[in-house]
Write a protein that binds this ligand. Structure first.
Ligand code: FMN
Length: 188
């Protein structure tokens, strides 16, 4: 079985991203080994002042655990039309190029608004493409998350729930498919 890390992409206490991550975990764990990594646990205080190129030991330890995954599923909230700042910081401290190079990545957005974090998910996809990740084509945008999502049952709208389940059932297979392929060389 592959190992998929579910990245709860905010450090906000009591976040919806974490609640969605926990829900996602129950579904993904049927077909994969899983672990939730919350960016609340990223050692933020240790990178104050810009330690780029000389990451503190706490960040190296955090990253060591992150990088054990065969694939990643990001749960991303929308903050001011973009993704949370902690996600960019986390991303910038992951080693280049190996962290996402040919790694399968799936994305779920959640927001209070009507666009369900379409903007931050697509913005983050641009960054992932730069780092040569393989993006899973099925994505979910959870609109009006406080009304539409139940931590136990998932999405209240039947069609949206169907789409979410399809994404969560297909992604582990995508991860395994990529793992089974011969390495492909990608030129930048
Ligand atoms: C700093 C901040 C900015 C936000 N900006 C937006 C926004 O631009 N669009 C939107 O739909 N919701 C916005 N929201 C609402 C969040 O998307 C919503 O509360 C979401 O569930 C937050 O995710 P979290 O609980 O995982 O932090 C914002 C929330 C915060 C805290």
């Amino acid at each position: 079985m592959s190992l998929i890390h579910i990245i709860s992409a905010t450090d906000r206490p009591g976040s919806n991203a974490y609640k969605v991550s926990k829900y996602v975990d129950t579904h993904l764990s049927v077909k994969a080994k899983t672990k939730i990594i919350s960016l609340r646990d990223f050692p933020l205080a240790d990178v104050a002042g810009g330690k780029y190129g000389k990451a503190p030991d706490s960040v190296k330890e955090f990253n060591k655990e992150v990088l054990k995954a065969d694939g990643f599923l990001f749960v991303i909230p929308e903050y001011n039309g973009g993704f949370p700042g902690i996600l960019k910081l986390f991303y910038d401290y992951l080693p280049f190029p190996q962290a996402f190079d040919k790694k399968p990545v799936s994305l779920i957005g959640e927001a209070a608004g009507a666009f369900g974090a379409l903007r931050p998910v697509e913005q983050f996809e641009q960054l992932l493409k730069y780092r040569k990740a393989y993006i899973y084509p099925e994505r979910m945008f959870i609109q009006r998350v406080n009304d539409s999502f139940d931590a136990e049952k998932g999405l209240k709208d039947e069609k949206m729930q169907e789409l979410l389940e399809s994404q969560l059932s297909g992604f582990p297979e995508f991860v395994e498919l990529i793992q089974s392929q011969q390495p492909i060389s990608i030129q930048s």
